[in-house]
Design a protein. Structure first.
Length: 218
């Protein structure tokens, strides 16, 4: 369940389109979709059929307008033939997904053939969600794109990336002869692994626990 600034509650369904049998095809019209399901915890008397035209394009000015984003967004990449061939992952409100398209660099494909290019994007549906993210270099370098911004891939590599999976590596051990601080849940960063590339998961082990308190009346 995602809470946005307007206090609107919904389940965000994120999925993309792409024909895996023809990954290098450029005559396509594929998108990544972020669909608001306001009936995710119940069911309405009648369901509404949603078309692409009911969604706002992620990077457009309409993407920030409440009346244009009732049902959500779609991302229309400017790269020819870019498609989605693997599932997305959502952590701490941030949606991470990989895309794939042809590699149009003649210098890179002259010897190995066209192995294609994979790009990784991270989206947050509101400024409030993006502000939760703190980058280790104290800049905005790791922060996700929000509606109305031009989508910028975080990582571009040759070949098709495998499906993303979550990993939580052990923290680095204390060097011999040195005194180190005690390891805490902050030191266990959750990351997203796709083949040999790592993307920030914007969470650590502490975020997996939520403290709740109550008072017992005697």
């Amino acid at each position: 369940m995602t809470e946005v600034v307007s206090n609107e509650s919904f389940i965000l369904i994120s999925l993309g389109s792409g024909y895996r049998a023809h990954p290098l095809d450029e005559e396509v019209n594929d998108h990544f979709y972020l669909i608001k399901d306001t009936n995710g915890v119940g069911y309405p008397a009648n369901y509404t059929k949603i078309e692409v035209s009911d969604l706002a394009e992620w990077s457009s000015t309409e993407a920030t307008q409440k009346d244009k984003t009732v049902y959500g967004w779609y991302f229309d990449s400017a790269n020819a033939g870019e498609k989605i061939l693997s599932p997305s992952i959502t952590l701490n409100g941030v949606v991470t997904f990989n895309t794939f398209s042809q590699n149009n660099s003649s210098s890179e494909i002259s010897c190995s053939g066209n192995l294609g290019i994979s790009r990784t994007y991270q989206f947050a549906v509101s400024e409030e969600i993006r502000n939760r993210i703190s980058c280790s270099d104290n800049t905005d370098s790791c922060k996700p794109d929000i509606p109305g911004e031009t989508a910028t891939p975080d990582d571009i590599v040759p070949r098709l990336k495998p499906d993303p999976t979550l990993v939580m590596p052990e923290p680095d051990p204390c060097p011999p002869g040195e005194t180190c601080d005690e390891v805490t849940c902050d030191d266990y960063a959750i990351s997203i692994l796709s083949g040999t590339t790592i993307t920030d998961g914007n969470m650590d082990r502490c975020d997996l626990f939520e403290a709740k308190y109550w008072e017992e009346q005697l």
